[in-house]
Design a protein around this ligand. Structure first.
Ligand code: SF4
Length: 177
């Protein structure tokens, strides 16, 4: 619920703009039936780890990097059409708050969305905000570990959190039902 407008939906100004490389990439990904990978793009180290892991997974042949900005605000774009029509969408959230999962499952539905909470895998950095406070090599190593965990989970048909799940408490941060 928007505390100002009282509405549950997000309102945005329309645009006539297009992202040329986004159109090319989105259409190519539709043609190749690639699986979109979305992530938390949060400002903190947790968002950064999720973002890096999503980029790593998107380098694998069957995946492509999705853009939640276009999905939400440019619904006719090729990137948005690709994400909405994909058989499966992978989402890596930065933490148990699942900022992106809670939005995107209401756009594309929870059934096709395979969600992961990156923090639940590596369980570090909870007292750090700025990502530059963690050395670059360590950020990459942690993100690689998250990417490998997600890829292995996908192979085994598992997901990190349930669609519609919410943190059971802020103390353990694990997804509840
Ligand atoms: S999912 Fe967590 S890390 Fe990402 S923006 Fe939300 S609160 Fe921040």
């Amino acid at each position: 619920m928007n505390p100002v407008s009282g509405k549950k939906t997000i309102e945005m100004n329309p645009t006539n703009g297009v992202c040329p490389i986004g159109e090319t990439t989105g259409q190519a990904n539709i043609n190749d039936a690639k699986i979109p990978v979305l992530s938390c793009e949060g400002a903190c180290i947790r968002g950064e780890i999720a973002r890096l892991a999503a980029n790593m997974i998107a380098r694998e042949r069957q995946f492509g990097r999705g853009c939640h900005g276009e999905l939400i605000t440019v619904p006719d774009s090729a990137i948005a059409r690709w994400i909405r029509s994909a058989e499966k969408v992978v989402l890596i959230d930065g933490c148990f708050l699942r900022c992106h999962g809670r939005i995107i499952e209401n756009i594309i539905g929870g059934e096709r969305l395979v969600q992961f909470d990156a923090l639940s895998h590596y369980n570090r950095y909870t007292d750090i905000f700025d990502y530059e406070d963690v050395p670059e090599a360590e950020r990459k190593e942690t993100a690689r570990s998250v990417a490998d965990w997600v890829l292995a989970s996908l192979k085994n048909g598992q997901q990190g959190v349930k669609a519609g799940g919410s943190p059971c408490s802020t103390c353990c941060g694990q997804a509840g039902g």
